[in-house]
Design a protein around this ligand. Structure first.
Ligand SMILES: Cc1cc2nc3c(=O)[nH]c(=O)nc-3n(C[C@H](O)[C@H](O)[C@H](O)COP(=O)(O)OP(=O)(O)OC[C@H]3O[C@@H](n4cnc5c(N)ncnc54)[C@H](O)[C@@H]3O)c2cc1C
Length: 390
């Protein structure tokens, strides 16, 4: 069975699972193209939280075309300084975030900035049904039918699984997550700081590293700093079953100074700590008939790529464009995948390389990283690095 027909513009219906960045971007672009999207979200209400996003490249260009950039001001503090720290807490000058990356200007945002910009663009146009999700999916030549966990049944011309790395749509239509998930030997933890950091000025950011561990504190305009910790472990799946506070204190034992201990204290107090293993998703195909995956559910790249949100938005925009241009659904989905896959593959590979910058794996990596930062901090090194990045 190869479903290929779509009804005329104006009566096309899309069921989108997930109201994250990818799902909201799909709803916005499809609505503008004359579709009737319905979003299904498992959370009981809007998910407004989240962490830092370096926003550049294909996602930045798509946001510009969609008219979203005015709602996404750069949160960098122009007076803010960047520091590196060692495990004794000694601070040395660090690298400023570049102004340009991947061929576009770069903005530092919070995930909530992107969520708000997209949500406000769709809230009066698209229904979002909370507290429910897909329980079963069937499809035939003419439609895809989804039975929801609340017992209701919805039919559509297209089902978009934008339900994140642990996607239920993927499990229902493509098979169990284990087939597609590739784990890094990393665990990540993040929370919003509830108190100022001792020893650094408002607006300053610090990256503290040791072999197999790194702790980042990122500062923003009009928002408390965000703490983010990464460490290496051979058994990440077992590690994330521990209490975050206990696991983090074990992993970062021996870090001196004021910054990392203050971050650990904040993690202890926070009621909303992200604590997860770091994994990518690799599928040979992102669609099956009338079901297509988008964003982290299809190609999670990990935070190391810095491109997950942006590629979700760019992927949604391109999908909508090709659905309008191509003669059939299968042609649109095939063409979408063919055009998007090189970008996704590049960023997934880049994430593999960048994980060594985010967290040096061992003593050699630690010293290589510090040497690289010292080299890039010279005027010639900075120019060279800028030329490579843009
Ligand atoms: C610490 C950190 C730093 C990052 N830094 C960057 C960065 O600098 N730049 C960047 O571009 N990206 C970054 N990312 C990645 C980026 O945040 C993600 O790639 C992006 O948010 C993924 O969006 P998504 O909409 O595809 O998935 P998600 O944000 O995971 O959204 C999925 C949605 O689906 C819902 N859902 C899940 N299951 C179901 C179900 N069964 N039924 C209904 N709804 C369901 C969820 O509740 C959620 O709302 C970072 C990520 C992390 C963790």
């Amino acid at each position: 069975m190869t479903p290929s027909t779509l009804p005329p513009q104006g009566v096309r219906r899309a069921l989108i699972v997930g109201s994250g960045i990818s799902g909201l971007a799909a709803a916005l672009t499809l609505h503008r193209a004359g579709w009737q999207p319905l979003i299904i979200e498992r959370a009981p209400r809007r998910r407004t939280g989240g962490y830092f996003v370096r926003f550049n490249g294909a996602g930045y260009s798509a946001a510009e075309r969609l008219g979203l950039l005015d709602s996404l001001p750069d949160r960098r503090d122009p007076e803010g300084r960047m520091f590196e720290a060692d495990s004794s807490g000694r601070l040395t000058p660090g690298l400023a975030m570049p102004q340009q990356l991947n061929g576009t200007p770069m903005r530092m945002l919070l995930r909530s900035d992107l969520e708000r910009a997209l949500y406000e663009a769709v809230q009066d146009l698209v229904e979002i049904r909370y507290d429910t999700g897909p329980a079963a999916v069937t499809q035939d030549r003419d439609k895809v039918t989804v039975t929801l966990t609340d017992g209701s049944v919805e039919s559509a011309d297209l089902l978009i699984g934008a339900d994140g790395i642990h996607s239920t749509v993927r499990s229902l239509a493509f098979g169990p997550e284990d087939l597609y998930r590739k784990d890094f030997d990393h665990v990540v933890a993040a929370c919003v700081m509830d108190a100022p950091l001792p020893g650094i000025r408002d607006g300053d950011s610090v990256i503290a590293t040791a072999p197999g561990r790194s702790a980042w504190i990122n500062s923003y305009r009009d928002h408390p700093p965000v703490a983010f910790l990464l460490y290496r472990t051979p058994w990440p799946a077992a590690e994330i079953r521990k209490q975050p506070a206990t696991a983090l204190r074990q992993a970062f034992a021996g870090f001196g100074g004021k910054v990392v201990p203050a971050m650990l204290d904040a993690m202890d107090r926070s009621e909303s700590v992200l604590f997860d293993q770091v994994s990518q998703i690799h599928l040979n195909r992102w669609s099956q008939g009338r079901v297509v995956l988008l964003g982290d559910s299809a190609w999670c790249m990990t935070l190391h790529s810095g491109q997950g949100s942006g590629t979700g938005i760019a992927g949604a925009e391109l999908l909508t464009r090709l659905l309008a241009e191509e003669d059939s659904l299968s042609a649109a989905l095939g063409s979408w995948e063919q055009r998007l896959r090189p970008l996704v593959t590049r960023h997934q590979k880049e994430a593999l390389r960048m994980r060594h910058f985010f967290m040096p794996a061992n003593r050699f990596g630690y010293h290589a990283r510090r040497g690289l930062i010292r080299a890039i901090s010279t005027p010639v090194g900075a120019k060279l690095a800028q030329a490579i990045r843009t």
